[in-house]
Design a protein around this ligand. Structure first.
Ligand SMILES: [Zn+2]
Ligand SMILES: [Zn+2]
Ligand SMILES: [Zn+2]
Length: 153
């Protein structure tokens, strides 16, 4: 499990290639996103750029999710978290205490899900798995640490 820390240039390039305008606020948000390799909430992103309107923040996040550049991760409680997608089919482990998100790929999961075919109604067309964890640093600190701090660039 490696931390994939994309730069904002990656988002800029892919969004541009998809034919979307690279406005100033969007570029600023891409740079902010690059500072959260372990995921962010819409509010955390907005706090980085209070001058950018809430609607713009949400629209930009939705655009990135629609383009498959950012994954939306539902939590058992609280606001969904977003994390830049490493590409390809993968799943997420999410820390329920600090919200840190890590991607994982594990082929056994895929083959077990393939065997479900006999037990589910209809044809399986996809799946989504989120594993909820207490991450290493939360276990070490033995308690609630609040949401993940912004990592310094
Ligand atoms: Zn993902
Ligand atoms: Zn944690
Ligand atoms: Zn899978």
């Amino acid at each position: 499990m490696s931390t994939w820390a994309p730069g904002s240039l990656f988002l800029e390039e892919r969004v541009g290639q998809a034919g979307h305008r690279l406005t100033g606020p969007r570029l600023a948000l891409f740079r902010a996103i690059a500072r959260y390799p372990e995921g962010f909430t819409a509010e955390e992103l907005r706090d980085q750029h209070p001058s950018i309107g809430r609607a713009t923040v949400y629209r930009t996040i939705r655009l990135l999710v629609d383009l498959g550049l950012v994954c939306k991760i539902a939590l058992p409680e609280g606001a969904p978290r977003y994390v830049v997608a490493g590409g390809g089919h993968h799943h997420h482990a999410v820390c329920i205490e600090c919200g840190a998100v890590k991607e994982f790929r594990y082929s056994t999961v895929e083959s077990v899900l393939g065997e479900l075919r006999a037990d589910v109604m209809g044809q399986i067309v996809g799946h989504r798995i989120e594993v909820y964890v207490r991450c290493g640093s939360c276990v070490d600190q033995g308690g609630r640490t609040g949401l993940a701090p912004v990592s310094t660039p």
